[in-house]
Design a protein around this ligand. Sequence first.
Ligand SMILES: NC(=O)c1ccc[n+]([C@@H]2O[C@H](COP(=O)([O-])OP(=O)(O)OC[C@H]3O[C@@H](n4cnc5c(N)ncnc54)[C@H](O)[C@@H]3O)[C@@H](O)[C@H]2O)c1
Length: 370
Amino acid sequence: MSSNSFQIAVIKGDGIGVDVTEATLAIVDAARERVGGFSLDYQELLAGAGYFSETGKDIAPGAEDMADKADAIFLGAIGLPAVRHDDGTEISPHLRLREMFQLYAGVRPVKAYPNAPQRLADPRAADIDMVILRESTEGLFYTAATHNRNPVANDDEVQDVLRITRATTEKLHDFGFKLAQKRKARGGKGQLTCVDKANVFRSMAFFREIFDERRANFTDVEIGYNYVDAQALDLIRRPWDFDVLVMENMFGDILSDLAGGLVGGMGMAACAEIGDAHGLFQPAHGSAPDIMGQDKANPLAAILSGALMLGYLADKSGTEAPANAAQVIEDAVQQGFTENRIRPMEFGGDMGTQAVTKEIVGLINANKAQ
Ligand SMILES: NC(=O)c1ccc[n+]([C@@H]2O[C@H](COP(=O)([O-])OP(=O)(O)OC[C@H]3O[C@@H](n4cnc5c(N)ncnc54)[C@H](O)[C@@H]3O)[C@@H](O)[C@H]2O)c1
């Protein structure tokens, strides 16, 4: 990577993945033009259920190598329920990428926007602004279906393993502390809460022990602890009190959907998956076959994931221009909701994928003209 020119591997995938990816690239390009100072070179990689139906392969030959060499990977959504392998599982090459590139830090921002649905009656719900940091390579997904690692799996019994390693957990907690610091520098709370079940599981006590070891290096970050069951309660009772929440894979899987539901739905659920040398950015939702081809998908989860990608490129390269472009996108989304100019069909509004995209591009360009 040169410091101002970035290669992006783009996998549009299936269903609405294609629409929301195209929307994201249009917005990212508008923001890049607005800010200037860096370029993006997109390489499209074919993968997914549609590609599998045509070719018998889940990803094009050489695509994994290209993803490996890219500065970032952007993915729409992969999978169609009707297309399966012989063993009944769905087409999911993206899970292999997560494993290959050890994308341990799953970053899932949860932010309330004005005029987007708020599921809680308390007016403080308007202040929800947190990040669920989900470890994404081990925990209770260590033996998940794709890995075939169950110690016992027969007709009488099946065991799954919850695996916590020191190496991954140190990196995960450091990532969480740095994220809290970065959010504090931008006016956020600068808090990190360790969510676990350390009262019952040795693996979770170990997770907390490592959290306590690492915190010594980040004394400016306020810390907290919550058992995962109490955290579920607090996400309904007082979600506005939290900033960054770090947790193992399965807890993060569940709580990130719960938290996403508080501020709208899947169409707002942005996601970054970050490892030591790679970053993959995608909306947390799937291919939504029930609405595909109808211009009904809310592209904001993908667009906000595009902003996360720009922030990552800035960090990775040590340059500011992509971070400024990310801010331009976040500001346009904030302004669009505040002025009720973004009204996604997902929330009962009158705007499909293209109309939402056009409005945000318009906001970015209008701000440029000022
Ligand atoms: N990372 C991924 O690529 C990923 C993630 C989840 C599911 N999938 C795959 O997607 C397919 C469908 O899965 P699913 O139905 O369980 O989940 P889904 O996220 O595709 O859809 C769930 C519900 O949310 C709605 N929805 C999702 N995204 C939306 C958006 N942007 N705007 C408006 N509404 C939206 C859908 O219409 C649907 O009613 C499956 O093949 C599954 O394996 C892929």
